[in-house]
Design a protein around this ligand. Structure first.
Ligand code: BG6
Length: 299
């Protein structure tokens, strides 16, 4: 299978399809500048994004599963049609689905693009009786990675859905990590009975477990990894909400696919459609996009 994918979708020097952890097919993309990313067909899961100097910008747990039916812990889990718990598996089934590689290409400007898709299967129909088409497009430039996420209703009845890019960022030290841009936004605190309040901090820092949904958040949020003197700007369109999550000590100890100390080197800043699930009519479509842009903190 990997050889056939390489023959159909490989681009010399820029895109190769290789055997990833436990033999799962993985697409490795390298931009001419030296920046790179890796994406598994399992879940259309981006597990790595490195800048042109080779610094890893995404967190990936050393304890992660890489197995059919199990989600990968780190990178960008693709969430659909349910965020969090509920009747479906936690965060839905897209992150464990067998996605199809649709297209790889390079633009005139040198941007490298990979597109994947997922449609219903007998397994998803048994859990959630709707026909759908998901498309995930990853576009890699020298300093930016854009992820475009498209949902279509291909069946003949409405469905409600939530859709999220559950991005895990690597940080050198969570105690030297700051998030800017959410002041004044209404948040739902998942750790305090989902109480709604307004964020009053200009700069969000971490000293304990954090699990908050910022509703209708600004379209630009900034993550400062002060320990590594790096900034990532997150800009989004069509994705109203932002989740900020760090499991801290005791939750880390309870997660079998996450190291006990790994909360020190990660933070999730997730973008998507959460608070108001969208109802899609037959033939209805939705699209959201998030761009991650990496640079050094200037002193
Ligand atoms: C976050 C949720 O998005 O994902 C948290 O806000 C949850 O409540 C976390 O614990 C991880 O979820 P999972 O299913 O990947 O363990």
């Amino acid at each position: 299978m990997i050889n056939a994918l390489q023959a159909d979708y490989g681009i010399p020097g820029l895109v190769s399809i290789v055997s990833g952890v436990n033999g799962l097919p993985k697409v490795v993309i390298t931009h001419a500048s030296g920046s790179s990313m890796e994406i598994y067909l399992h879940g259309a899961h981006i597990t790595s994004w490195k800048d042109a100097a080779g610094h890893e910008l995404f967190f990936l747990s050393r304890e992660s599963w890489f197995a059919p039916g199990k989600p990968i812990r780190g990178g960008i889990p693709v969430i659909f049609p349910q965020f969090g718990g509920g009747v479906l598996p936690s965060h839905g089934f897209a992150r464990t689905g067998d996605w199809r590689l649709l297209k790889t290409s390079v633009s005139d400007s040198g941007r490298v693009v990979v597109e994947m898709s997922l449609t219903e299967s007998p397994e998803t129909m048994a859990m959630w009786p709707h026909k759908f088409s998901l498309k995930l497009k990853a576009l890699l430039d020298e300093q930016t990675l854009t992820v475009s996420y498209h949902v279509a209703n291909t069946g003949d009845s409405d469905f409600d859905f939530q859709a999220v890019l559950h991005t895990y960022f690597y940080v050198a030290d969570i105690s030297q990590t700051a998030i800017h841009g959410l002041k004044g936004t209404t948040l739902i605190d998942s750790l305090r009975d989902r109480v709604r309040e307004v964020e009053d901090r200009e700069v969000i820092r971490f000293s304990g477990e954090t699990d908050r949904i910022y509703v209708n958040a600004p379209d630009r949020v900034q993550l400062d990894d002060e320990g590594d003197r790096r900034t990532i700007t997150i800009t989004k369109t069509g994705m109203p909400d932002v989740v900020v999550w760090n499991p801290w000590i005791s939750k880390s100890q309870k997660m079998p696919d996450f190291g006990d100390d790994e909360y020190e080197r990660m933070v999730c800043i997730e973008t998507g459609l959460i608070d108001n699930p969208l109802c899609l009519d037959p033939k209805g479509e939705w699209q959201g996009e998030t761009t991650f842009s990496a640079s050094s903190i200037q002193s």
